[in-house]
Design a protein around this ligand. Structure first.
Ligand SMILES: Nc1nc(=O)c2c([nH]1)NC[C@@H]1CN(c3ccc(C(=O)N[C@@H](CCC(=O)O)C(=O)O)cc3)C=[N+]21
Length: 294
């Protein structure tokens, strides 16, 4: 038996097709959605992700603006760029690409984002609304990777209600908000958030119907940790230099042998990454639609 592939590229492409129509409707109503990215320094991973986001925007009809600051930028420079983005009429949503170079206080910068332009859902106001979790009532943006994971499971009809979800990793962009999302009314999963101090990680994962690995430890999750038939989402990415090909290569958090045990498996790359980008577009479109109602 081999796991069904949770194809993030195909699913993201379906979502983009749906968004195209909504974007055309917004434009017909005089609202032009515009996404900006703020990148500081030249981390090679970040360069790739930011380039991907601008390509996605072009594909669906969202205007996009790229602000790149040098690695030498001061925190005052970053604050000033954030201020400009908050005040820009063309920018309806934006993200600060993380991680910022050392020396910058990420949380302090995230707090400066206008919550109504927070395309990543990482401003404390929007994270707070995720905690409040009032379904459907507050149309606040959800963090893109958690939203992408849930959307991927939904579109493959993987049951979530009442299931045991084990999340490996408690980071700001994935694990922590994902725990909040899965336990919301309407999704109703039972979540175990594990981390580097978890005593028996393998034992925790063995109880899971859904496993989300988001720590960035290559091939951490082993085949004998997986309950047969479980859904496994491989989120973590480690970039390595391949000695044989001489090129860069991505290694996920899930060992390839898991495919023989799991019921569903998201590949990495081509799994959760493209879904994250699709949810970013979706947040921009939702915020623009919101501005029409306001
Ligand atoms: N403010 C902020 N928001 C983020 O959402 C955010 C961030 N900072 N910092 C870094 C992480 C990582 N992340 C990814 C997005 C897309 C892919 C993606 O599309 N990956 C392709 C492969 C791309 C490649 O080849 O490198 C794939 O999985 O198929 C991966 C990772 C968003 N992040």
């Amino acid at each position: 038996m081999t796991a069904i592939t949770l194809d993030g590229v195909k699913t993201a492409s379906d979502i983009k097709a749906e968004l195209r129509g909504r974007i055309a409707a917004l434009r017909a109503n005089g609202v032009v959605p515009g996404l900006a990215t703020l990148l500081v320094g030249n981390d090679p991973g970040s360069e790739t992700y930011v380039a991907g986001k601008h390509r996605d925007c072009a594909e669906v009809g969202i205007e996009s603006l790229r602000i790149d600051l040098p690695g030498s930028a001061t925190s005052a420079d970053v604050r000033s760029a954030i201020n400009d983005l908050n005040n820009s009429r063309e920018v309806t949503g934006y993200i600060i690409q993380l991680p910022l170079p050392v020396g910058h206080n990420e949380n302090a910068m995230l707090e400066l984002i206008d919550p109504s332009k927070d395309a990543d859902g990482l401003h404390p106001t929007n994270l707070g609304r995720l905690v409040l979790g009032i379904e459907g009532e507050l149309r606040s943006p959800l963090p893109c990777t958690p939203a992408g994971i849930v959307e991927l499971l939904r579109r493959y009809d993987v049951p979530i209600l009442g299931k045991n979800v084990v999340v490996v990793g408690r980071g700001l962009t994935v694990g922590r908000p994902l725990g909040l999302l899965f336990t919301r009314k309407g999704l109703d999963a039972t979540v175990t958030l594990t981390h580097s101090r978890t005593v028996d990680l393998a034992g925790e994962v063995r109880r899971a119907d859904i496993v989300v690995a988001a720590v960035g430890v290559p091939h951490l999750v082993q085949a004998d940790w997986i309950k047969p038939g479980a859904a496994v989402l491989d989120v973590g990415i480690t970039r390595v230099h391949d000695e044989i090909t001489g090129k860069g290569r991505l290694i996920g958090d899930v060992h390839p042998d898991v495919a023989a045990v799991a019921g569903h498996l998201s590949p990495n790359p081509r799994g959760v990454g493209p879904m994250t980008r699709a949810m970013l577009l979706s947040n921009v479109v939702k915020a623009a639609e919101q501005s029409l109602l306001a």
